[in-house]
Design a protein around this ligand. Structure first.
Ligand SMILES: Cc1ncc(COP(=O)(O)O)c(C=O)c1O
Length: 304
């Protein structure tokens, strides 16, 4: 039996969820989406979906940029997600992909006078990267789209042509992924993940006004660092600061917390996972599986 998806207001089997070829979102990339993870806790036999509300808050913010009228409220999105996960009844970690899209059958890119529809699919999901011990990155020759072109702050599917070029070219050159610079030459993020550097003991990440997607995981890392008493700084970062950082790691719903071993063939620190990265990573994996009391507020239990 195929998995259930939420499509046109119903929970149906995924092979029955079909979109017409002339759908606006397919023609022009006019959809906004989220990637959410749910973690299975074997001891509790419980599935925890992580920071679901925060993801839908961002979906609604992306929708506003793209002239979309949301068909559901924030609470309804959370309930639908929980119900769908329950129906799919995973006993393993999973990935949830909600998409709000322009669904009119229409030629021409205009966003107004254009219907908005919503769907979610889910799938079992493991690690996004094989290299959990350390990524080999390059600085991409592509630039991140700017806030005044295709705003990275909104998670728009069409914008992922930029990520696809960045990631594919990095792969073809033998790297795991790439760090992307903004049009003005500042560090932004990876192809689909935010970046943190340890500079003189301070956990440093790019400013939210430097053309990044403001990651839910990025915020989680900042909160966890505060909990661990690690100083945090959000500011613009130059390319060469990457090479001289004591530690670098990337983070995102897909990537989770993944250390960086080298950038442009320069070994980061001593090439091993740094102490701060280790501490954050270890706490993160406890938090997402609902194993800490303090941060259980971020974990939505799926099974009753
Ligand atoms: C471009 C980009 N930046 C950052 C992130 C990390 O965001 P989050 O932690 O909310 O998954 C993602 C992942 O979705 C992304 O696609």
């Amino acid at each position: 039996m195929s998995e259930y998806v939420f499509f046109n207001g119903e929970y149906i089997e995924s092979d029955k969820a079909v979109i017409p070829v002339r759908t606006h979102a397919f023609l022009y990339g006019t959809s906004v989406f989220e990637g959410i993870r749910a973690y299975y806790n074997k001891e509790e036999k419980q599935m925890y979906a992580f920071r679901v509300k925060e993801h839908y808050q961002r979906l609604l913010a992306s929708a506003k940029v793209m002239w979309m009228n949301s068909p559901y409220t924030l609470d309804e999105y959370v309930d639908i997600t929980k119900e769908l996960l329950k129906k799919n009844n995973y006993k393993t970690d999973a990935y949830i992909r909600p998409t709000l899209y322009k669904s009119s059958i229409k030629v021409g890119p205009t966003l107004t006078d254009n219907e908005d529809s919503f769907l979610i699919f889910t799938t079992p999901f493991g690690n996004y990267f094989d290299a959990q011990n350390g990524l080999k990155l390059c600085v991409s020759s592509w630039r991140r789209t700017s806030d005044n072109a295709i705003p990275p702050r909104a998670k728009v599917s069409g914008a992922y042509a930029n990520s696809a070029l960045i990631k594919t070219d990095a792969h073809e050159m033998g790297f795991d992924d790439a760090v992307v610079l903004s049009e003005s030459g500042q560090v932004t993020e990876g192809s689909a993940m935010n970046i943190f550097l340890v500079i003189n003991g301070v956990l440093t990440t790019t400013s939210i006004t430097d053309d990044i997607l403001i990651g839910v995981t990025r915020n989680t890392v900042i909160e966890l660092a505060r909990e661990l008493g690690i100083p945090v700084c959000e500011r613009s970062i130059d390319r060469t600061e990457l090479y001289n950082a004591q530690e670098v790691f990337c983070c995102g719903t897909g990537a989770q917390i993944v250390p960086v071993e080298s950038i442009d063939h320069r070994i980061i620190g001593d090439g091993k996972i740094g102490e701060i990265t280790k501490k954050i990573k270890s706490l993160y994996f406890d938090v997402v599986r609902g194993k800490t009391d303090k941060f259980k507020k971020w974990c939505l239990p799926v099974y009753d």
